[in-house]
Design a protein around this ligand. Structure first.
Ligand SMILES: Nc1ncnc2c1ncn2[C@@H]1O[C@H](COP(=O)(O)OP(=O)(O)OP(=O)(O)O)[C@@H](O)[C@H]1O
Length: 237
């Protein structure tokens, strides 16, 4: 039985990529569970399996073996249609590069998602949460990198996802701008209650999390629960 409050759980998760004769074991027998609303930072060296882990949990990559239970249902057994619905209704993704549509305003970029979501918030509300109320009509080229990333976060949360998965969201940003993006993620987590996982190479960021996972060589080698969480504004790197 899953622990009470668990929203996503991986059991014995394994992923092997085959490129011709060579095999890369990206994940080896990973067990993990996260509670609703939890804020988790994922650390680990390059190639240790962090992105593969997040992508499989989010239904954009497939497992070689093991299971991923979302709200008790094994998504590794879903067909294409159910997997698309899972991603569309329950998962918000944020990547290092913002992937906004250049010819659409901030508001229109967010509205693209709210138009197809099952229970969206208004695009204006999503932009408010990330602190961009004054930027609705701006095109991506008129926004700084950090502002573009906050539009990407607004787009990810506007569908009210249960899960918010962020792969290196501050990787391309300087520290002051990175702090604003982390503030937006903390606020998004607080107001939507989405379980939030953030991959980063910056170990300082773990201080804002409820829990830190450390990957090495396809395993979770360490898990630390934080008794207290710092605010992003109190970090410096
Ligand atoms: N599509 C793929 N085809 C083949 N090998 C892959 C593929 N995706 C990832 N890998 C390999 O799987 C291993 C884990 O990669 P992954 O991207 O999950 O690591 P990571 O910890 O996220 O690294 P980084 O911090 O550099 O993003 C690496 O050896 C990588 O080269």
């Amino acid at each position: 039985m899953p622990e009470r409050g668990t929203i996503i759980e991986a059991r014995g998760l394994t992923k092997t990529y085959r490129n011709g004769p060579t095999e890369v074991r990206a994940l080896r027998d990973v067990d993990f569970a996260a509670r609703r609303g939890e804020f988790v930072v994922v650390l680990g060296p390059s190639g240790s399996g962090k992105s593969t882990f997040l992508n499989i949990l989010g239904g954009i990559d497939s497992a070689s073996s093991g299971s991923v239970l979302f709200d008790g249902q094994d998504i590794t057994r879903f067909g294409e249609k159910a997997l698309t619905r899972y991603r569309r209704d329950h998962v918000g993704f944020v990547f290092q590069f913002y992937n906004l549509v250049p010819s659409l305003t901030a508001l229109e970029n967010v509205a693209l998602v709210t138009e197809i979501a099952a229970r969206p918030m208004r695009p204006e509300e999503a932009l408010d949460i990330v602190g961009l109320s004054g930027r609705h009509g701006h095109f991506p080229a008129q926004l700084s990198g950090g502002e573009q990333q906050r539009v990407a976060i607004a787009r990810a949360i506007a569908k009210r996802p249960d899960l918010l998965f962020c792969d290196e969201p501050t990787g391309a940003l300087d520290s002051a701008t990175g702090v604003l993006v982390l503030d937006a993620l903390v606020e998004a987590n607080r107001t939507t209650g989405a379980t939030t996982l953030i991959i980063t190479h910056n170990a300082t960021i773990q201080q804002i999390a409820d829990r830190t996972l450390r990957f090495a060589d396809g395993h979770i080698v360490d898990e630390i629960a934080n008794a207290t969480r710092k605010r992003p504004g109190d970090l410096s790197w």
